[in-house]
Design a protein around this ligand. Structure first.
Ligand SMILES: CCCCCCCC/C=C\CCCCCCCC(=O)SCCNC(=O)CCNC(=O)[C@H](O)C(C)(C)COP(=O)(O)OP(=O)(O)OC[C@H]1O[C@@H](n2cnc3c(N)ncnc32)[C@H](O)[C@@H]1OP(=O)(O)O
Length: 220
């Protein structure tokens, strides 16, 4: 494959384009702790068999907390700045559905450089991510792969949007079990960045995907 795409040499400062940006260190530990508790809450709500009176009490408590937390909100498009040692600065949304540190729906999936220029992440999914009994939902596996694929392009200095995504489900992916996610850039052509990723359980590939990411065209 022709290698014509170049990493975006010095992405412009997103704040110049109207984005709010936070550094990872600016998110208080208490916010991380709260998100972890809410992840437990989502799982508890999904599986509870509490009595109606208990459900009503829980609903009132949660409504009160929602009101408290909604008094000061971030912009939805707020970017999180990540500065990997030796790599280009990377941006993702702070509430990214798969990796956002303040999103209680995100597992989250954190990808970091591993062997052979790959990105690698570990994740364990609870019953909230269920499709068939005991098995991770296929749409969610596609979301994990999409994120890992986008992260590979981004870590190579070529952040972009997914133009297409192809997923092969090789075997059922279990809930409540450690999963390994790997991804890498396999080629480039003009603004096109070709990427590949896998999800493994116990060393066996359960799902794999390829995607075309189209590198961001920075507005004039
Ligand atoms: C100021 C700095 C700010 C920094 C901010 C950083 C942000 C963080 C970024 C990254 C973090 C990584 C984490 C993300 C992970 C998750 C990823 C997602 O979920 S992305 C959401 C879902 N995807 C969409 O919503 C895209 C919707 N589609 C589009 O917007 C356009 O179609 C787009 C951008 C993909 C392409 O549009 P065009 O106008 O820019 O470019 P054209 O000229 O159409 O295509 C360029 C080349 O790609 C081919 N191409 C385009 N679409 C194709 C397709 N579907 N299949 C095959 N080829 C395609 C074309 O044929 C062309 O190829 P030829 O160079 O001529 O050979």
């Amino acid at each position: 494959m022709t290698v014509e795409a170049e990493p975006v040499a010095g992405l412009p400062d997103p704040t110049e384009y109207g984005f709010s940006v936070v550094r990872e260190s600016e998110i208080p530990r208490e916010h991380h702790d709260l998100v972890a508790r809410v992840r437990e809450l989502v799982d508890a709500v999904a599986h509870t068999q509490a009595e109606p009176a208990e459900l009503a009490a829980a609903e009132a408590t949660v409504a009160e907390l929602t009101e408290l937390l909604s008094r000061r909100r971030r912009d939805t498009g707020t970017l999180l700045l990540h500065r990997p040692p030796g790599g280009p600065p990377e941006y993702g949304t702070v509430t990214n559905l798969v990796a956002g540190p303040t999103n209680a729906v995100a597992p989250p999936l954190v990808m970091a450089p591993g062997a052979d220029g790959e990105l690698r992440g570990e994740v364990t999914l609870n019953g909230v991510y269920q499709g068939p009994p005991g098995i991770v939902h296929g749409g969610w596996l596609a979301a994990l792969l999409d994120q890992a694929l986008g992260a590979a392009a981004s870590a190579a200095g070529m952040p972009g949007l997914t133009a297409n995504l192809s997923v092969d489900y090789r075997r059922p992916t279990p809930l409540h079990a450690p999963l390994t996610v790997t991804s890498r850039v396999t080629g480039t052509e003009r603004r096109k960045v070709f990427v590949a990723a896998e999800i493994r359980h116990d060393g066996e590939v359960t799902a794999e995907g390829t995607a075309l990411m189209v590198r961001l065209a920075v507005p004039d």
